[in-house]
Design a protein around this ligand. Sequence first.
Ligand SMILES: [Zn+2]
Ligand SMILES: [Zn+2]
Length: 372
Amino acid sequence: MENVAEEDGIFELETPASEILEEMTYDRSEMMNCVDQQVQTNIEKAQAKQKKNFAKSKNKGVKVFQLSVGDLVLRKVMKNISRKDGKLDALWTGPYRPAKTKLMMLSAVVKKKRKKRPIGPLPVTPALKYKDFPKLLPVIESGEWLKDEHNDNAQAFLAKNFPHIGSLQATWVFISEECQSVGTPKEDFVQIVNVCGNHWITLSNIGCPKDTVTLYDSLYNNLDSGSKAKLHKQIADMLMPTSKHLTIQWADMQKQTGTCDCGLFAIAAATSQCYGILPQDCYWEQEGMRDHLCMCFQQGDLALFPQLAVVRKHERHHRVENTEVFCHCRQPYNPGVFMVACDRSQDWFHRGCERVPKRINKNTLFVCKNCK
Ligand SMILES: [Zn+2]
Ligand SMILES: [Zn+2]
């Protein structure tokens, strides 16, 4: 600084003139003001950037629509579906009609284009053990309906002890309407599946003729047509029938009392199938099933469910159902998907699966890959 003079190694400070001091103070305060302002702008900039990034990750696939009063709309359930429970809940609720009179902008999530399932068998996605198993116990103990993680945990135990048994796939695989991820087990299989979003059943082809599966439904429910079509599709994906039909045998099994224990009966049926015992022969002690499952989860092993000392008489199957399957994908008929018959084999094929020419009428000769 110019006002500091050096003399014999001692610093001697000279007081600056008052106007210089004033000027300095003014400069400093100006600078501090600028700093404040700069800090504020930087904060705003950073916040705007964060907001933008957040919106970018949150609003993926969101499109804004102009809706008018009285339009019919569906509301997307925006909760995180990747979380463990609630995977089987409905993805959309409604229909609703917007009722506000003001100009409204509602956003709706545009469904992502579904990945098409490749033709032919897919590998299975095994059910995994639930890491934090004590969290599973309260639901079992309280008498509530079992969730996907309970059934997956049970299936993972069975897969560990019975490596020769196929499927035991994660239950989420069966959720999507198109069943894109349902695997085709190489071995005879056991599989717990959810139907209608609120009911657990077990499927198995152990001891069944070719292209046939036994269905263990402890409620003896009649499925609605949509759930039935989906289940047929899943069974077709698991069996990949080589003949023209798939057959479902409805097991004459013990009927559950109440509505909450279907998961326990599904696990009990799967367990006895794995142990080589016909589930139809079993008369389980329903009151003891929850305690037994808790004990098994704690011990890390699934043992046979305790039975009453009663010989159960049964007809093995109380209903047998045949469903025709078509095309290279071996799927049942779906009225929503266009099919064409081959002029030689008379077999039916989907347009997508068999590259059927776009323009086709009664006079077009169509010959499938199998007949070429
Ligand atoms: Zn097809
Ligand atoms: Zn043909």
